[in-house]
Design a protein around this ligand. Structure first.
Ligand SMILES: [Zn+2]
Length: 288
């Protein structure tokens, strides 16, 4: 599933492929009606036909594409990759890739394709490119790559929640862009039990966690660098992660315990019960 690194690569790719180019034709897949909701396919195509792609931004897992319509007025494209979405570039003569839901034909003869087998993604036209007016964007917390992670701020946000720290990290209003993979990987790197309450972490622990999140996302971006992102869930895809989707494998750090999988808020969490043991007594002492 896309997290900040995959969406960052998508933003860089679209920037390199299409910035400054004009969209001469828009095609949409009639089977993909749901990705355009609450808009519809016809309005989507109408709004983007003839527009010039002016800039591509990313906030958390959200792609924010600013275009200029034929009269030079700004119009926005909000693109969320959902669970299986990706943008790719194809030459005009190439056959359409499987699961292409949107095709933006550019004035250089090439086409940007939005692929989405499972249709959990979203593509929406944003009037005047006023992305801040979208509730999905307005609710986002700091972006770890654009804004950095302020440990004091993060500690404050975690301190205000009774949820387990792993569950809190998936809350996009706390940090925008962290998903299931990088939450598990960061907590492993920081040696923090994912089941501990967010509010029970000490400031030094949050500092370590903040560094671990930043490093995990940076590494994710480096791994995904290239013309097409790959998801670990795809058949045959390699798993470059240390604990994610490695249930019952030996821990790569202590080499003693086996990685465990538990379910928190309906999502899988992977961790090493030995390296990430709960320091109960110390945790209580800190709070006293
Ligand atoms: Zn371990």
């Amino acid at each position: 599933m896309p997290e900040l690194p995959e969406v960052e690569i998508a933003a860089r790719n679209i920037r390199a492929w299409a910035e400054g180019k004009r969209i001469v034709r828009v095609e949409t897949d009639p089977r993909a009606v749901r990705i355009f909701r609450p808009g519809d396919r016809a309005a989507f195509a109408r709004a983007l036909s003839g527009a010039r792609l002016a800039r591509v931004d990313r906030r958390g897992k959200h792609l924010l594409v600013t275009l200029e319509d034929r009269r030079g007025r700004p119009v926005g494209l909000w693109s969320h990759l959902g669970m299986t979405g990706k943008w790719v570039l194809r030459e005009g003569a190439d056959p359409a890739p499987a699961h292409a839901r949107v095709r933006l034909w550019l004035d250089d003869g090439r086409a940007l394709h939005y692929l989405d087998p499972r249709l959990f993604g979203r593509q929406r036209v944003v009037p005047r490119a006023d992305f801040a007016a979208l509730p999905e964007v307005a609710a986002l917390g700091p972006d770890p790559v654009h804004d950095g992670i302020d440990p004091g701020l993060l500690a404050g946000r975690l301190g205000a929640t009774r949820r387990a720290v792993k569950v809190a990290l998936l809350d996009q209003s706390i940090l925008a862009g962290v998903g299931n993979i990088h939450a598990s990987e960061s907590l492993f790197a920081a040696r923090i039990d994912p089941r501990r309450r967010g509010g029970d972490l000490s400031l030094p622990e949050v500092r370590v966690l903040a560094r671990a999140i930043a490093a995990s996302l940076r590494r994710g971006i480096e791994m995904q660098e290239g013309p097409e992102i790959a998801y670990v869930e795809e058949p045959g895809a390699p798993n470059p992660f240390r604990v994610y989707a490695r249930e019952r494998e030996r821990c790569p750090r202590c080499r003693e315990a086996e990685i465990r999988r538990i379910v928190q808020a309906q999502r899988s969490t992977f961790f090493c019960p030995r390296c990430q043991g709960t320091p109960v007594a110390r945790g209580r002492a800190r709070r006293a």
